[in-house]
Design a protein around this ligand. Structure first.
Ligand SMILES: [Zn+2]
Length: 360
């Protein structure tokens, strides 16, 4: 199956400049391409990305004022991919699958670019990658020993990332427990029917306090001033840190769950409905439901297990996992005290046990 990886690059200042140049050219290309496309369309033509590329190569690249487009060490593949991306965005738009392509703003991120080596496979593995034309760059994380055909390099909050896809054969399932119910929580990340609880990391709460403080400081600064922009970068970095801590905890939980259980029963959460409930919105968004489910789905494929969705509105929280009695359970009630058989257990654990039963 096709797996993909996105990981942070460990760059020196010279490499950062080089990446910014590439991203800048990709942005210049797609903005120019978009403007040309719109102009041609107004004149009654039906442009496509191949036409734009030819136009760009023959007329724009030959302009002596735009010498920096062809500077040494700049991979010329990036403009090709920028046009291809634009063409795909238009295709999606015409099929009604996406919004009208927009001009890329520089304010949020330096952007991204994609490069390849003419379709030839490129080996990766360990903590270095040889990017076409650019050369060797380091990564923080060790990469699997495999090969790919293209890389996308992108920037967020001052950090650079590389992403790529690769083929991997499905491993034989190494399953210990046949079936498990998973209750995705607000107070805790997840509770599974064996009784294991995956907690929200404490570090994240500390960072959230810091984030609130930094945001307050930002609101006091003059918009657009140097101090404002510096503070904005600080806020973006903290946002990223909060996000990373949560993502890391989610990854650990979903790996453990999908690696060790053959069948995983989860609630089919009406997350959108919960999101519209204001009181819950913050907590639910935070609890990362969508991401948790997404990870479970792809990791279960990787480890040879299976994710089963409970039918919508299955009352996993309101049902007694011991006797089947159904009773009202407001969100504030953390313990399920069965009014029928008198069993008493944690609300989330009770729910996960019911999900497990559903799978049987
Ligand atoms: Zn009961």
């Amino acid at each position: 199956m096709l797996l993909s990886i996105k990981t942070q690059l460990k760059l020196n200042s010279k490499e950062r400049v080089l990446m910014s140049k590439h991203a800048g050219i990709a942005r210049f290309t797609s903005c120019g391409g978009l403007a040309t496309w719109q102009a041609l369309y107004k004149d009654g033509y039906k442009p496509n990305h191949r036409f734009l590329r030819t136009f760009f190569n023959n007329h724009v690249k030959t302009n002596p004022d735009l010498f920096w487009l062809k500077e040494n060490g700049i991979c010329q593949k990036i403009t090709e991919f920028a046009f291809e991306k634009l063409g795909n965005a238009y295709k999606r738009f015409f099929k009604g699958l996406g919004d009208y392509p927009r001009f890329k703003k520089r304010s949020k991120s330096l952007g991204s670019f994609t490069i390849n080596s003419g379709g030839k496979p490129i080996n990766v593995g360990g903590t270095r990658i040889k990017l076409p034309t650019i050369g060797w760059v380091k990564t923080y994380e060790g990469l699997p020993h495999t090969s790919t055909t293209k890389f996308t390099v992108s920037e967020r909050a001052g950090n650079w990332y590389v992403s790529f896809s690769f083929e991997q054969e499905l491993p034989k399932p190494s399953i210990k427990i046949p079936i498990i119910g998973v209750d995705l929580g607000i107070k805790v990340l997840a509770t599974i029917s064996s009784g294991v609880v995956f907690h929200n990391p404490k570090a994240r709460d500390r960072m959230k306090k810091k984030l609130a403080k930094q945001s307050r400081q930002l609101s006091k600064k003059t918009r657009g001033s140097k101090r404002y922009l510096e503070q904005k970068l600080r806020v973006a970095k903290t946002h990223k840190r909060v996000h990373d801590i949560r993502l890391d905890a989610t990854h650990k939980a979903t790996t453990t769950i999908s690696k060790n259980h053959a069948k995983i029963v989860v609630e089919s959460l009406n997350v959108k409905g919960m999101m519209s409930n204001h009181k819950l919105a913050g907590a639910v968004g935070d609890a990362n439901f969508y991401e948790f489910r997404r990870q479970l789905e792809y990791k279960s494929k990787k480890f040879g297990s299976e994710v089963i969705n409970a039918f919508p509105f299955y009352p996993s929280s309101k049902t007694c996992s011991n006797c089947g009695h159904i009773q009202d359970m407001p969100l504030s009630v953390r313990i399920f005290d069965c009014q029928s058989c008198k069993v008493s257990l944690d609300r989330d654990w009770n729910a996960s046990k019911n999900l497990e039963k559903l799978g049987l």
